[in-house]
Design a protein around this ligand. Structure first.
Ligand code: PMV
Length: 313
């Protein structure tokens, strides 16, 4: 059998992170150009399955049996076998990812989706997007404890989604192209830790936190209409309002706030942190004309900046 190669994209949450864990709606879009690749090849029946993780200048190699149960790759593999009731024959799996880890771009869900797609093809079964998303969700549970389900959904479906926990996903058609600029704060905090710290604060002050999450939910619903009609200026204003609320629950960082301020000074319609926060990436929305000025400003204080556009296809 020839090698099987699959991939999955990163994502950014445009509205509603953290609030989505408590039932508020959220909106996320796939970042199709930024992907993780999974390549799988068969090994002899007597071999032990191998995993190679290729970084920029590194290669790590493991026997899958030696990985801990809560390891992302081992966990995804175990959930896949349990859900499909297929026993996978020995393989060599190579993971090559361009998605930064713990940066709010959904790297763990993307790795899980790429592996599930590869294992599906390797075992000769056709998995629906729904099944891929479901298996990736269970892998996320092993990683994060209480994921909302938005990451596995937007990454498995590869479409902009309006998502509410327990209610599933709705595709969100973005008819006019919107321009996004993403910049790395260079800081990293695990999503699991930030979510847990928000939960501790919620337990101490439930009514305040519930009010904030309700307000974020209202912003997300207004943003859904603005995205559908392609009103970038209004989307930007709502992103900035969403960021102010994320700051109030202490999931931003001085570096993220600085990047957001610089993007706005350079002419962005608005900006916010994206994903778990306390580091990772911020996302700004811009007009076509202001893009290069914003990128230039952000480049001077960020280790990595990239542009993308969504919608209008
Ligand atoms: O940091 P990321 O890319 O895993 O995004 C996390 C989004 C949260 O809303 C904070 C958590 C979740 O499960 O939805």
């Amino acid at each position: 059998m020839a090698a099987i190669s699959t991939s999955a994209p990163a994502k950014t949450i445009l509205f509603g992170e953290h609030a989505v864990v408590y039932g508020a709606p959220a909106i996320a879009v796939p970042l199709k150009a930024l992907r993780v690749k999974a390549i799988i090849q068969p090994l002899l029946a007597s071999s032990k399955s191998l995993v190679f993780i290729k970084g920029k200048n590194t290669i790590e190699q493991f026997h899958i049996d030696d990985l801990p149960a809560d390891n992302l790759i081992k966990g995804t593999f175990a959930v896949f076998e349990k859900e499909t009731r297929i026993r996978i024959s020995p393989f060599k799996l190579t993971i090559i990812s361009k998605i930064p880890i713990a940066a709010g771009l959904g790297s763990s869900a993307a790795v899980a989706v790429a592996i599930i797609r590869a294992l599906g093809e390797f075992s000769g079964i056709k998995l629906s997007k729904e099944t891929v998303s479901k298996i990736a969700y269970q892998s996320e549970v092993i990683q994060h404890g209480t994921p909302s389900g938005i990451d596995n959904s937007v990454i498995a479906y590869e479409e902009p989604v309006y998502f509410q926990k327990g209610k599933g996903i709705t595709y969100l058609p973005i008819k006019k192209k919107i321009h996004l600029i993403l910049a790395d704060s260079g800081e990293r905090t695990l999503t699991r830790d930030v979510v847990e710290s928000v939960r501790n604060c919620m337990v101490r002050n439930p009514s305040l936190y519930q009010n904030i999450f309700d307000s974020i939910g209202k912003i997300t619903n207004a943003a859904k209409i603005a995205l559908e009609s392609g009103n970038s200026k209004q989307i930007g204003e709502l992103m900035t309002q969403n960021h102010t609320l994320l700051k109030s629950i202490n999931v931003s960082s001085p570096k993220l706030d600085l990047l957001i301020m610089r993007a706005n000074e350079a002419g962005a319609f608005g900006a916010k942190l994206c994903g778990g926060g306390r580091g990772g990436y911020m996302v700004a929305i811009s007009s076509e004309e202001n893009r290069s000025k914003i990128v230039e400003q952000l480049h001077s204080i960020s280790p990595y900046v990239f542009e993308t556009s969504v919608g209008g296809e």
